[in-house]
Ligand binder design. Structure first.
Ligand SMILES: [Zn+2]
Length: 1079
């Protein structure tokens, strides 16, 4: 007995010798038994049934994250995650045969931190032996429709990092597990592939698609994740047979009421034969729809395994009695397995697989349940999440750039990372949680803002106040407040409203110099703005629309927005502006309010783009690129269907489901009241459609696009009708049913009305069945003209008529749609219906042969500037005159010296392990979007990050936790092009036995690669850093885990700048660990 074993024994006995009967030989820790080698052996001539014990733990849904973790509020749902992990760990320790997977890092690490070292050591052993396996591993199981790729990458990076730090190689998940999200995006597949995952399993796809795929044995496939990246974005993906539930009647959990296996020999209730017969029938049936002699059966569900032993005891019996039949000729073999062990079996089957290039949206679970409502549900929470991502990036960058880094910086940043990780969950950002849970998410976000706000205030004071010589109040901890005004979206900011002198610091999180039109809420129109050099800037005061002032809960004295153009804001840096109120007699700012309603066409705009409004106040035409086209815009609403949900036809529209009542649509109005304001900086038309819909349409004088800032709510329901409000842009563009929508804010995917690429669809809901998730952009075009709209948050959208684009901006409903949330989506605040405000940016012009940069490229560049505009920090400046301020403080700063080429974005810059940065560069163009911008770009990393003392860099997988040149993925071979469905045993002719199926396994002449790919082939061009920078790397240190102890001292790049030149191609993201010289 080794010393370590006695430790285990001591530990077990400390738990009351619960595990006295355990076979100690089986729990002795052995090095690296994890991974595919820890899989139980399958039997080649049998149907191998991979039983996957799992729990699906929503990071908030009907209960808040903490209520789920601690198990409170049992009357809502009997679910306590801490008990699940406790119980599973104990069960796994009892028996080395058992397996369990865990998915949600947000819960796991909350639990982990509460454990004693002994328990942690025991869990490490389980992980090292592959008995407890992490699958997915991100902070939460993110939604795929409404999330932005930047946030998805972030939350995977963080979850995988903690797993890596804690468990090393054995903690790294190999398989994605997206069993509950409501449809699946292509970009997600691409990201999984780029993170080095071997495959991914999912639960939800359109019911027609699923039928079709099962009938033709195409439910498991190679998914081409990118139209730009090639094989490195391919991901093996499998649709699970039974969603993620146990087969009917076999949920042995304490939450279920299915019969246990009763095996008392003489018990009158003995049900072994019947239970085993039923289960094996299920397995046989399932196997007829899949290609190999392996099937995966998920044995678990929502919050199962709170008393793991109950489930496991029955699984033990299931396995034992089923496998005992093998002696009598049964050819079915049950085993404890995991998704990765199942995947490995598929891989080792050596057959070929179908391929897929589009995505799994929209998801319909029955003819009248299109899950397209959640694309828009809770629009303000969706926007708040985007703000959160924006501030998280600012917080990361400033934490990295700070000259001094007090120890509270790290926990502040971690808190915000983890909060944003939670927000990506498929019942958080989706808006499919209960109202109270949504409020809990919002509260967490606001606390995270405060935490990171403390960091940004500290850093900006360090950078601004270089000397305290001229500081007046030396007792104050900070000279400047650097406050964030979270209500700028309703033009409210106490600092700018109350003080006669204040500063505005614009922090630019992009690695490009930017110019930006800035709006400051003020009570009076007369202000003067000077920049850091003392130059007085041109301003324009625009009245705030009355509809905004009338919002009941808006407590603000602001009546105007002071507009100015901030130019040359340095990359990863800031510029501060001094704002001073003028005596009312001093030079008024230039504003020309035009007479109210007009009898002729109203035109606003500039030399790039002009918008015309008809006499009824509606947008009527757009002129750009020398084209003048009829373009109108209007607000309409669908009536939400109401039914008892007892059958498909009676489905209600709800948080998940969009189902308009008989596709009925109503115009908000046929007459719009307008006011027109024109100045030298911006032209605006203020439109009022009705008592609850208004809009400001504006064109800034240098922009080539128009901004539509909509204000919708409270949506009236006193007529007893739930409403789903859309904005619709109509044009005469002949789009022939074709339009494009983005995938998680990245690549565009072609959509066709009433069509799916991979099967012949029958759509019973004409409107809802044509809705797609729009995270950032929707567009259409013909041979001459093109129209695109950028959104500021995820929304549902479509093109239901040629030339027309619509986006759902807000919805308020009166019935639940019966998918579990148990509440109508009827958001209220301050006792009234929720009001939402947001922006659309309209691009219009030539689709081809445009002079200079293509419209698509301008859209991409603008998309980035709208995602991450400057962050606005306000400080009271009553104590300093403009002169004093200008001379005493450092009012501009940049963190980089080389501005990145335009198509390249610095996607990530954050402190990582000690003396390390995590850095990502991305090419934001797709192939063919622009003649010059869609080309590979080279630049020097060291020059970009000149603020840091860099010792070396090394490239990693997308998540930042594994070396790219060491990453290996299982390779799967696609079907030859002519592979017919009947190559395989068909559904109508079920294979007589699975043995037969296996024996007939067609090889199609293709051999799979026995060995993993040679080094560097993953992400084929991975080693394009000009030097073999990893040549000195000790292979034993191949992971970036546990690296704070100088593990990488052996790694150094020369100071020669040429070593840092990298190349990046369209849509490529390259991730690096940057090593800094220890201070
Ligand atoms: Zn879920």
């Amino acid at each position: 007995m080794s010393a370590k074993t006695s430790v285990w024994l001591a530990f077990f006995c400390a738990l009351g010798c619960l595990i006295h009967d355990v076979d100690l030989r089986n729990i002795q820790p052995k090095a690296s038994q994890c991974g595919y080698q820890s899989c139980h052996a399958t039997k080649p001539n049998m149907l191998n049934v991979h039983l996957v014990a799992h729990t699906h733990d929503d990071v908030g849904w009907l209960k808040t994250v903490d209520q789920y973790y601690y198990g409170s509020e049992t009357r809502i749902q009997k679910a306590g995650v801490q008990y699940i992990i406790d119980s599973v760990v104990e069960a796994l320790l009892r028996d080395p045969e058992k397996r369990f997977i865990y998915v949600e890092s947000a819960f796991f690490f909350k639990w982990w931190k509460e454990q004693t070292t002994k328990v942690q050591d025991a869990v490490k052993m389980l992980v090292e032996q592959g008995r407890l396996e992490f699958i997915g591993g991100a902070w939460s199981m993110n939604d795929e429709a409404t999330t932005h790729y930047q946030s998805v990458i972030d939350q995977f990076s963080w979850g995988l990092r903690l797993l890596n730090d804690t468990f090393g190689e054995c903690g790294r998940p190999r398989v994605g597990w997206q069993i509950d999200p409501f449809g699946h995006s292509r970009e997600m597949a691409s990201m999984f592939a780029q993170m080095g995952f071997d495959g991914m399993f999912f639960g939800r796809l359109d019911y027609q698609d699923k039928d079709d795929r099962l009938m033709t044995k195409n439910a498991e496939m190679i998914w081409h994740g990118s139209a730009n990246l090639g094989e490195e974005s391919d991901l093996f993906s499998g649709a699970l047979y039974n969603n993620y539930q146990a087969p009917d009647g076999f949920c042995f959990d304490i939450l279920c009421s299915d019969a246990p296996i009763i095996d008392g020999k003489h018990s009158p209730d003995n049900n072994v034969k019947e239970r085993i017969d039923t289960f094996l029938d299920f397995a046989k049936t399932q196997s007829q729809y899949y290609r190999t002699n392996n099937v995966i059966i998920t044995m678990g569900g929502d919050f199962t395994y709170q008393a793991a032993q109950v489930y496991y005891k029955n699984l033990d019996k299931l396995i034992r009695y089923a496998n005992e039949r093998q002696a009598n000729g049964s050819n079915i073999n049950l085993l404890y397995s995991t998704p990765s062990c199942y995947l490995k079996s598929l891989h080792d089957a050596g057959i070929t697989w179908p391929t897929k290039s589009d995505d799994f949206f929209p998801y319909a679970s029955d003819p009248h349940a299109y899950w397209t409502g959640y694309f828009t549900s809770r629009p303000t929470l969706k926007r708040f999440e985007r703000d959160g991502n924006h501030f998280l990036q600012v917080c990361k960058q400033l934490s990295a750039l700070a000259p001094n880094k007090p120890e509270e910086f790290a926990p502040h940043l971690t808190f915000m990372r983890e909060t944003l990780g939670i927000m990506q969950h498929h019942d958080a950002i989706t808006g499919t949680e209960k109202e109270k849970v949504a409020l809990d998410y919002a509260k967490r976000m606001s606390v995270a803002f405060r935490a990171c706000g403390a960091t940004t205030r500290n850093v900006l004071n360090q950078l601004t106040v270089k000397s305290r010589e001229n500081v007046k109040d030396t007792s104050a901890k900070y000279v400047f407040e650097f406050k964030t005004c979270p209500l700028l979206n309703i033009t409210s900011c106490p600092v700018s409203e109350v003080n006669d002198r204040f500063t505005l610091t614009l922090y630019n999180p992009l690695a490009h110099t930017v110019n930006e039109y800035v709006r400051i809420p003020v009570a009076d129109p007369s202000y003067k703005i000077i920049d850091n050099k003392g130059v007085t800037l041109e301003t324009q005061a625009v009245p705030i629309p009355q509809t905004l002032i009338d919002i009941k809960h808006r407590s603000s004295t602001a009546k105007y927005e002071l507009v100015f153009l901030a130019t040359n804001i340095p990359p990863l840096g800031y510029r501060t502006y001094y704002v001073e109120k003028l005596d009312s007699t001093e030079g008024r700012t230039k504003t020309r309010a035009l007479p109210k309603s007009t009898s002729s066409v109203t035109v606003i705009g500039n030399s790039h783009i002009k918008l015309g409004f008809d006499t009824n106040g509606f947008l009527s035409e757009v002129t750009a690129d020398g084209l003048t086209r009829l373009v109108s815009q209007e607000f309409l609403f669908y009536e939400g269907a109401v039914g008892n949900n007892a059958e498909f036809l009676n489905r209600s529209s709800g948080a998940y489901i969009f189902r308009p009542n008989e596709n009925k649509i109503h115009f908000a109005t046929d007459q719009v009241e307008i006011e027109v304001y024109k100045g030298d900086l911006v032209h605006e038309v203020h439109q009022k459609f009705n008592d609850w819909i208004s809009q400001v349409v504006r064109v800034y004088n240098k922009d080539s696009y128009a901004e539509f800032e909509w204000l919708v709510g409270p949506i009236p329901i006193d007529d007893g009708i739930g409403k789903e409000v859309i904005t619709r842009f109509n044009s005469d563009i002949e789009s022939e049913g074709i339009f494009h929508t983005d995938s998680n804010g990245r690549e565009m995917i072609k959509r066709k009305l009433n069509h799916r690429d991979t099967w012949s669809v029958k759509i019973n809901e004409e409107v809802a069945g044509n809705y797609y998730p729009i995270t950032t952009k929707i567009d259409l075009e013909d041979d001459t003209a093109r129209m695109a709209i950028l959104t500021d948050r995820a929304q549902g959208g479509s093109s239901l008529k040629d030339g027309s684009l619509e986006l759902m901006v807000h919805r308020r409903l009166l019935k639940d749609d019966a998918f579990g949330v148990g509440e109508a989506l009827n958001e209220t605040e301050f006792g009234d219906g929720l009001i939402a405000r947001g922006k659309h940016h309209l691009f219009f012009g030539k689709s081809t042969d445009r002079e200079g940069v293509s419209l698509k490229a301008i859209e991409r560049l603008t998309q980035l500037e709208k995602l991450l505009p400057t962050w606005k920090f306000f400080s009271n400046m009553e104590a300093y005159t403009a002169d004093e301020w200008q001379t005493a403080f450092t009012n501009t700063f940049t963190g980089i010296s080389l501005v990145l080429p335009k198509p390249v974005n610095l996607l990530t810059l954050e402190p990582w392990h000690e003396n390390q940065l995590l850095v990502r560069f991305e090419h934001i163009m797709e192939n063919g979007e622009d003649a010059s911008y869609s080309k590979p770009v080279q630049f020097n990393v060291k020059n970009v990050l000149s603020a840091f003392d860099i010792e070396g860099i090394r490239e990693t997988t997308l998540d930042g936790n594994a070396w790219l040149d060491e990453a290996r993925r299982l390779q799967f071979v696609p079907d030859p092009e002519q592979a017919a469905f009947n190559t395989y045993a068909t559904f109508s002719q079920p294979a007589e036995s699975v043995h037969l199926l296996s024996a007939e396994k067609p090889m199609l002449g293709v051999k799979y690669a026995e060995e993993a790919l040679p080094a560097g082939q993953l992400g084929a061009q991975s080693n394009r850093i000009k030097r073999e920078i990893n040549s000195e790397q000790n292979p034993a240190e191949g992971r970036s885990s546990k690296s704070t102890e100088g593990a990488y001292n052996s790694f150094k790049a020369d100071s020669d700048n040429k070593d840092y030149i990298i190349e990046i191609s369209p849509m490529e993201i390259r991730t690096f660990i940057v090593y800094l010289t220890p201070a």
